[in-house]
Design a protein. Sequence first.
Length: 103
Amino acid sequence: MNLSQNDWTKQLEEDNNSVVLDVRTQNEVNGGIIPNAIHIDIYKGQGFIDELNKLDKSKNYYVYCRSGGRSGQACAVMNQLGFENAFNLSGGILEWKGDVIHQ
């Protein structure tokens, strides 16, 4: 499900069963990541699916990439794998107004 920046942020703040998932490349993550996000690169192919399968499917996942395209694909894959709640950040981190940490 695609959520606007405001809806994604508001829902995330009120969700005590949430996980933030960054699906960008390592180089992109090196430029900054949303605090407390876990990183799994969607370009890992089968490795991406293997990593997803290790996650708790009962959690609510807030997924983002650079602009919203890859995270939309990731949400679709997650739905196919049995994740019921995967929320795509429309506009991605490019339009993110919240905190970003540099690792």
